[in-house]
Design a binder for this molecule. Sequence first.
Ligand code: AMP
Ligand code: MG
Length: 406
Amino acid sequence: MMEVSEAVAAVLRETWPFEPQAILLLDALGLVLAEDVCANEDSPPFDKSLVDGFAVRLADCVTPLPVIEIVAAGQVPTRLLDCPAAIQIMTGAPLPAGAEAVIPVEHTSQTIGADERPLVALPSSVTSWKLGTNILRRGASTKLGDLVVAAGSELRPQELGTLAECGLSHVTARRRPRVAVLATGDELVPVEQTLGPGQIRNSNETMLCGQLLRACAEPVPLGIARDERVHLRERIDIGLQADVLVLSGGVSMGDKDLVPSELASAGVRQVFHKANVKPGKPIWFGVLDRGPNLRTLVFGLPGNPVSSLVCFELFVRPALRRMMGVSPAESVAVKARLTVPHTTKGERPTYQPARLEWQSDGPIVTAVPWVGSSDLRATVAANSMALFPIGDQTYEPGSTIEVIVW
Ligand code: AMP
Ligand code: MG
């Protein structure tokens, strides 16, 4: 039986990053940029006003000035300041040539001159203002040729916005993996159905699709497969057309646990079955080669909901990261101080649902009470899993524990 680290390494050995491709900017949220993006123009593209006010030459501000033009954002000035005058300007509008500063409108008073033309009076202290006050110069944010977003960056809303500012409609990134989700079990019914005797709802499908969406993958829910060979195989064959097939249930030792043998008969090569982990020991992983550079990864997650949840984070998530070019692909644990004593009966390393909180002196972690791997409800209070190594032991408050955030 493999240790978790060996099993994750085995998954990653079988997982290839996708080829980068052009992806529409708005479809790229959460993906990883595959190429450096450099600016092909300055930003801002012109000197502009940062306030609503009056563009002036500072030395002119000792007397009220005639207002010779009004420039709104989106317009361009037609006049320049080559004699004592002011040009009224709105935030974001291009600066007229000759202007040295923009005086905010709230520092000014406007009147009408004897000739019926508008005048603006400015406080005399303005003459000592710095050149360039309230002006953003062309290229102040980004100069032509600057590296704007580096390859390897996660595309968050601010990266997408910055790339939009640079005029990109597409980015080069690795696409989202399509992941088929197949729940197995004769006891399962769709979530909207009233339960009959012996039945439970197929909660794993909803949970796993949610985990996939958070991982920036594209879930393809395939519904429920009965614990019956022909029906199961039919659904497996559909799922094997995706980049990844995630099954839940049917991988343990029961007579109705048909998933490993049906995957084998569908041509899926087993890489491992079982890992030294609690919950999730019966985890199954294999690969189907579908052509040159084309393969489907197959994860058989144990059906107990917390086992499915934990095994997805431990084994499926790193594979998705590798496909999308996220580095590192492995989950990164943080170290946190335990808040209350915790006793383990550790015949296997345990990934215990836990609550991680950030305090001014570092992270703290509290194990959430649960009654075992079917107790999904307990995980509602959790935001992470705390790793307790093998062995019977009581961990005192203050002990340093490794935690993986969900
Ligand atoms: P199995 O791995 O098929 O032996 O299932 C283990 C336990 O998980 C059983 O109690 C199942 O009823 C439960 N289970 C299996 N699949 C699901 C599912 N899709 N949603 C919720 N519980 C499930
Ligand atoms: Mg089952």
